[in-house]
Each structure stands twice: as C-alpha cells, then as structure tokens.
Design a binder for this molecule. Structure first.
Ligand SMILES: CC(C)(COP(=O)(O)OP(=O)(O)OC[C@H]1O[C@@H](n2cnc3c(N)ncnc32)[C@H](O)[C@@H]1OP(=O)(O)O)[C@@H](O)C(=O)NCCC(=O)NCCS
Length: 293
C-alpha cells in the first residue's frame, strides 16, 4: 500500500474524514470549524495522509508565540490504523514547526494516542483545569492591591510552577514560561500580583465552536476575517507563594471588571480547587522539546 503524507490547503477534505468518524471515540468534530477558521493563519499548516488519492489521515500544526508550537487534529481512518500513518503525520507536523517547545492535548484515557505521542518523545505535563467566573465571587476582606511586583526567581519558586513544568495556557494554547518569556510578559503588564498570588494574564476573546468554549488571543484573532470579538475574556494562570484562597478571589474579582475571567490551571491546584465553583478538568497537556534551539 502506497501512503503519501503531504501538506494540504483544503480543509473541506479533512472535514469529510471527521464526518465519516462521527460517533467513533476521540473524533473531535469541533476540529471541522476550527480547522476551517484557523487555516486563514499563515503559521497554521494542515498535513494529510493519502492512499490512492483518498485522505485517510490528518493533523495540523501552529507556530505560536514565545518559541512554542502546537499540534492538533490528529485522526487516522479506522480502516488504516496501526500502519504507522499516525506516526508519520506527527513527524510531519513536528518538522513543520519552528519552535523549541511543542505541545498537544490528549485525553488521558486515549491509550492509543498517548502511546503514540509518548513513543515520539512527548512528556505528560499536567491535566488542564478551568474555572469560569462570570459574576464576581463573594467579597473577602483584604486591603491589598494589584501590583506587578515580582521577579522570575519568585515565580519559579511558587506552588504550581514545577507542577505545571512552567507551562501556562495562554489564548487557548500552551506557552512555556522561560525567563525570557517572563520578562517580555512582565513588560506588557501580563504578570500581575495580588499578595500571595502571581498570575500570568492574557486578554482573549471567547468563541463557542461546536459545544466547546475557546478563548483565543490577539495573535490568533487579528488575522481572522469576520470574527465576532464581543466576548472579552481574561485568562488567569495563577501561581502561589503560599496557599491563600482570599488573595485568589480578590485578584479574580479585580479582573472581573475587565471581562469574564477564566482561571486556567492544573488538576490538583490546591488553591483554585477551593473556589466556590465547579472546575472543568480537561485533557493532558503533553510537551516535546526540540533539540538544537
Ligand atoms: C491515535 C491514532 C491517531 C493512531 O494512529 P495510527 O496510524 O494507528 O498509529 P501508528 O500506527 O503510527 O502507531 C504508532 C504507535 O502508537 C501506539 N498505538 C497506536 N494504536 C494503538 C492502539 N490501538 N493501542 C495501543 N497503542 C497504540 C503504538 O505504540 C504504536 O506503535 P507500534 O505500532 O510500534 O506498537 C488513531 O488510533 C486514531 O485516529 N484515533 C482516533 C483519533 C485520536 O485519538 N486522535 C488523537 C487525538 S490527540
């Protein structure tokens, strides 16, 4: 069997492959509108596997900010699995990225996909967790104020830093907090502090695609046509010098005046898990570090 893996500029053909697998586990139909939308971006690439001119597999990649890249939308036709196609697609996506750190999301119970990406050298980082705050939480006492008074060494020593391997969720996609990224973000007022809470903040826009709420930042949104940017979201990735729920609540309430707040953290966060809200636990964030950067 002759299998070709190549770049494609035709998101409709991928839509068909996803459609054929409706109802089959780990087929994320949200990928159809998402890929159509993101294919407007220059740094977004689609790769397909073909057998006799028919698409039997696909994947996409995105060069993202702060030396990071993202891979998503991997699907191999059910009749063509276990033939090395998924691995070839993953290699094509990895090779297309000009980024030191590459991320993807995978459900922990998706054994086939977890094995595939681990075999290629991806490491498990953490399970994502998100809290959505659309109205301020009950006020708690405290006379502190928001500041930007912190440094890289303090952040690195925080509760949550090693648990996340320094990775935050920033405009939907993962970003590695290196010292360089930290300093750049601090200069843009995206590192904020309220007492014991140091947070990496992003201003994003909310979009409901399928049954999923995404928050994309300006890096993505400014290059998309005909997009409704009326839903402002403040993404908050919190770290803690000590576990103090009041400080987190006060920071969130302060930011709630700017828009809906999404606290993006890891499953097991000892402070955010005490918020009076249900958190949504999501997929595993997997990281691959490219050599030679
Ligand atoms: C996950 C998926 C893409 C794998 O594609 P594939 O073409 O079958 O993968 P490959 O043949 O390249 O397999 C590579 C490795 O993955 C692992 N793997 C693949 N299928 C597996 C399975 N059913 N059970 C356990 N491990 C599996 C194995 O380690 C395999 O290596 P080996 O063949 O040397 O044992 C495919 O099963 C699929 O499309 N699943 C549904 C969609 C999905 O889960 N996408 C990933 C979302 S993150």
């Amino acid at each position: 069997m002759d299998i070709t893996v190549k770049e494609s500029r035709e998101p409709e053909k991928i839509a068909r492959l996803f459609d054929q697998h409706r109802g089959i586990p780990f087929t994320y139909l949200t990928n159809i509108p998402l890929v159509k939308m993101l294919s407007q971006l220059e740094s977004f690439k689609i790769f397909v596997a073909e057998v006799d001119g028919e698409i039997v597999g696909c994947i996409h990649s995105l060069n993202y900010i702060y030396d990071c890249g993202y891979i998503g939308g991997l699907l191999v036709h059910k009749d063509f699995r276990k033939k090395g196609i998924g691995s070839r697609l993953l290699d094509a996506a990895l090779n297309s990225l000009d980024a030191r750190f590459v991320y993807l999301f995978v459900e922990e119970k998706n054994t086939a996909a977890v094995r595939l990406v681990e075999k290629r050298g991806f490491k498990r980082i953490y399970k994502r967790c998100r809290y959505i705050i659309s109205t301020p939480l009950d006020r708690v006492s405290g006379s502190l104020r928001i500041t930007s008074d912190t440094d890289w060494t303090t952040l690195k020593g925080c509760i949550g830093f090693k648990e996340r391997n320094g990775v935050v969720n920033f405009g939907h996609y993962p970003v590695k907090m290196t010292e360089k990224a930290f300093e750049e973000l601090k200069a843009c007022n995206k590192i904020l502090r309220w007492g014991s809470v140091i947070a990496v903040i992003e201003s994003s826009y909310g979009f409901t695609i399928g049954d999923h709420l995404y928050a994309f930042n300006d890096y993505i949104v400014r290059n998309l046509q005909g997009i409704d940017t009326s839903r402002s979201i403040v993404e908050v990735n919190p770290f803690y010098t000590e576990p103090n729920l009041s400080d987190l609540v006060n920071m969130v309430n302060h930011l709630a005046s700017l828009g809906e707040v999404h606290v993006k953290t890891y499953d097991g966060d000892p402070v955010a898990s005490r918020l009076p809200l249900a958190g949504r636990i999501g997929a595993l964030t997997m990281e691959y570090e490219k050599q030679g950067f």
